[in-house]
Design a protein around this ligand. Structure first.
Ligand code: ATP
Ligand code: MG
Length: 785
């Protein structure tokens, strides 16, 4: 190995090195959180490039977010320099968009296709459900949308679904019809929805092997991060890409036969949190069967978190059945205790979080190294209110996204109407924005004229006189038509010359200003509209930045980028703000300090998971993902009452809290404290839940049959999970590290440490045969020997 190789491998432990240096057809790296999986993937790419075993263009690396892709690219460039250009490091969706843009013409689309986000497809389905009068059969747009999405993730289309469906059921028949309509409408609009991006790429590869071979020949190394969250369609895409090259596959292109690309996947079954979107954990558990001869590397050392945090994570995830136990350890020492807090209300909880953030800040932790997680987006509101009052700078990842705002969607619809005039929904959207007096009747007249004359809805806008409309309406429609033409001339110069880098900005300005859209907002007296104008200015700024970063970028490139912006993409390390996000968004990230809020029954595990098969286990994995994002400090907080949807409910501590050994948590205010002081006791404790009384939820663990007395100590209630089935009053038994003791059940052992004070003192004991246990000294059946 050269000095350069040393440099690349230094800072890796032996199994990590093995994974970086292994050369073979298939490699699986499975390991728990924070063990360096992503780092290994990055170094593996760098190693392939540096040794010149691969050109950058031969590498395809798939990450879970665009943000992760950007980081990985940056890291590789740091290691090997500029020679890393030309690699494809992207999400599944971005990679597929690139492929589809190149190949769209092969199957009846154009390069300028639109990407429908879930709001767009919902709007389309709303129309189709209405047209087919399907609501009387109990079909809703949302329900149909989620079924179609699931089917696409399974690579099923309307026809294949119809073959297996019970077509004598009218609702099923209707669903199949709508699914078919939906696909036809998408095709007509030259559009793909998000799930199509993957599914259609697979269909493309299957239908045109010579096209697939182009990519198989190109990508000799395929690497996938977060493999545990791939769904069936993504799995099949990987299979297609890594198939051996068949030589003359038709289409006039002749390649030499070649083996399939080498495939590296990394993942952690314990972090699989997207089953609800069709992620299939079997992709990872059955990797060795799918790719015979695959090398498997296990990583066991965690470099991210202190031991206390890891212990908490391990003791939670251990409760999932049907999993392989992993040994995850850290050499960073125990670190700080986890801090627990129970607020009277979610505002009280939020206040605690804000106070702690300020304390951390004063002790030298930067805001951007802190994150606050919650299970559902709606929980962010209470936090935001308090943060604003306390002047804590924060940023929300995901949630109400900039690009989801109505005015931004309108502006983008204008751009789409120019870039992809076939996208009828975009044209319809801008028809009466700003208000031009064009109502449903006129819209229908335009649509009818278009259909009668075999032209698109967009082209029909040039012929209002032939639709029998009044002069005012005619003028409005012709004006819109003229504005779209003017913008088209700016955005898509006819001569085949490339548009200048300023084109997107100019085109957008033409559309917003000449259409009267911007003026209508400026002149409005609604204070909300002032903010909308600012948002549009922000969008113009986004186009300028796009032009700076992509001097040759076209309007289509811009719209692609916008459509693919994922939840975490605005995570900006220089922002100097605390990051707020859902647990799902937190995957793969790390922070010095993490606040996991709303640790309550019905939130985590979420109520809706209770009836889903595997739901509670997936929720536990989500909780595990949250815990393992923390490097040094972890806060677990909850509220005893929570106001949601105008109703105040009494919350119960999450069952997952009970799975964490109590001595790992330092409760600043425990649920018990709140009950005894807050007057909530009767309500909180009398609320009955399936699976036991509230007392059991937050009391000691239920005693095993034939067990001893249940101690009446409040201290006990704060330490669920302790061994308490034999009870004795030891008074003030003095114990210290090194002491030998005898336990009625566990026999003799050595005290490793004593923590806590007074009635809460805990002995950490290593028993000679029964292993390590934690005992509440006051009541444990122990004596010194
Ligand atoms: P997750 O499961 O959460 O995605 P991961 O397994 O991908 O985690 P990484 O994010 O690659 O883990 O690594 C976790 C942290 O540990 C990172 O900060 C990384 O730089 C660091 N790290 C990994 N391996 C080593 C090592 N050998 N020496 C020092 N630091 C390391
Ligand atoms: Mg990772």
């Amino acid at each position: 190995p050269t000095a350069a190789d040393d440099d690349l491998l230094r800072g890796l432990n032996p199994p990590q090195r093995e994974a970086v240096e292994y050369r073979g057809p298939a490699l699986l790296i499975v390991a728990g959180a924070g063990s360096g999986k992503t780092r290994v993937l990055t170094h593996r790419i760098a190693s392939l490039l540096r040794s010149r075993e691969a050109w950058p263009s031969q590498i395809l690396a798939i990450t879970f977010t665009n943000k992760a892709a950007g980081e990985m690219r940056e890291r590789v460039e740091q290691i090997v320099g500029d020679s890393a250009r030309g690699m494809w490091i992207s999400t599944f969706h971005s990679a597929c968009v690139r492929i589809l843009r190149r190949e769209a013409e092969q199957f009846g689309f154009t390069k300028a296709f639109t990407i429908y986000d879930s709001g767009d497809s919902r709007a389309l389905l709303k129309r189709l459900v209405r047209d087919r009068e399907a609501d009387s059969l109990g079909l809703t747009p949302a329900g149909v949308q989620s079924r179609i999405s699931k089917l696409k993730n399974e690579l099923a289309d309307a026809e294949s679904y119809a073959r297996d469906a019970n077509m004598s059921d009218p609702a099923e028949r209707k669903f199949v019809e709508i699914f078919g309509d939906y696909q036809r409408e998408l095709q007509k609009a030259n559009a793909f929805d998000f799930d199509d991006l993957i599914a259609q790429t697979v269909f493309l590869f299957r239908a045109f092997p010579h096209v697939a071979d182009v990519y198989r020949k190109r990508f000799r190394h395929v690497l996938v991060d977060e493999y545990q969250d791939t769904n069936h369609a993504q799995y099949q895409l990987i299979r297609e890409l890594t198939r051996p090259i068949q030589g003359d596959a038709g289409g006039g292109m002749v390649f030499e036969d070649a083996p399939g690309a080498s495939l590296t996947v990394v993942g952690d079954s314990d972090q699989s949190i997207y089953a609800f979107r069709g992620a299939d954990i079997r992709n990872i558990t059955e990797f060795e069967r799918d790719f015979p001869g695959a090398r498997v590397v296990l990583l066991e050392q965690n470099y991210r978190s202190s031991q206390n945090i890891l212990d908490a994570a391990n003791s939670v995830i251990r409760n999932n059945f049907d999993r392989k136990d992993k040994k995850l350890w850290s050499d960073q020492g125990p670190g700080e205790q986890i801090v627990g807090f129970t607020g009277y209300s979610q505002h009280d909880e939020a206040q605690f979080v804000a106070d702690e953030i300020e304390t951390l800040r004063r002790s030298g932790v930067d805001y951007q190294q802190m994150a606050v997680f919650y299970r559902t987006n709606s929980q962010s509101r209470a936090l935001e209110e308090i943060f604003i009052r306390a002047a804590v700078p924060y940023k929300i990842m995901g949630g109400t996204k900039f690009y989801d705002r109505a005015e931004i969607k309108d502006a983008l619809a204008y751009l789409v109407a120019v870039a992809n005039p076939a996208d009828e929904m975009a044209v319809r959207r801008i028809l009466n924005r700003p208000k031009r007096g064009i109502g449903d009747v006129t819209e229908t007249a335009i649509a009818r004229f278009a259909a009668d004359n075999g032209m698109s809805f967009r082209d029909a806008l040039a012929h209002p006189a032939e639709m029998g409309l009044g002069p005012k309406l005619q003028k409005s429609i012709l004006h819109l038509d003229a504005v779209l033409r003017e913008a088209t001339a700016v955005l898509l110069p006819a001569s085949g010359e490339p548009a200048p880098p300023t084109a997107v900005t100019e085109g957008l300005q033409v559309l917003l200003n000449k259409s009267g859209y911007a003026d209508a907002l400026r002149m409005s007296r609604d204070p909300q509209d002032e903010a909308r104008v600012e948002n549009l200015d922000e969008l113009v700024a986004v186009t300028r930045e796009f032009a700076r970063n992509n001097p040759e970028g076209t309007i289509v490139d811009f719209l692609t980028e916008v459509a693919l912006v994922a939840d975490t993409d605005d995570l900006d390390d220089e922002s100097g703000a605390v990051s707020l996000m859902t647990l799902h968004t937190a995957k793969g990230l790390e922070f010095d300090a993490v606040f996991l809020t709303g640790v309550e029954e019905d939130l985590i595990p979420h109520r809706i998971s209770a009836n889903e098969p595997g739901g509670p286990q997936e929720e536990r994995r989500l909780f595990y993902v949250g815990i393992t994002r923390a490097r040094k400090r972890l806060y677990l907080s909850l509220a005893m009452t929570r106001a949601q949807f105008g109703e105040v409910t009494v919350a119960m501590p999450s069952r997952f809290l009970q799975e964490i050994p109590s001595l790992l948590i330092d409760w600043k205010q425990s649920p018990g404290d709140v009950n005894s002081r807050g007057g909530l006791q009767s309500r909180a404790l009398n609320a009955r839940r399936p699976g036991g009384s509230a007392g059991d939820r937050w009391g000691v663990k239920p005693l095993p049959a034939g067990g001893g007395l249940k101690p009446k100590s409040t201290a006990m209630e704060k330490f669920p999970g302790l061994v308490t089935n034999k009870v004795r009053d030891n008074g003030d038994l003095e114990l210290a590290a090194g002491d030998r003791i005898r336990h009625d059940d566990f026999g003799e052992g050595t005290v490793d440490a004593v923590t806590g004070e007074g009635a809460k003192r805990i002995a950490h004991v290593r028993f000679d045969s029964a292993g390590a246990k934690k005992l509440l000294i006051k009541v444990a059946p122990i004596a010194k020997v």
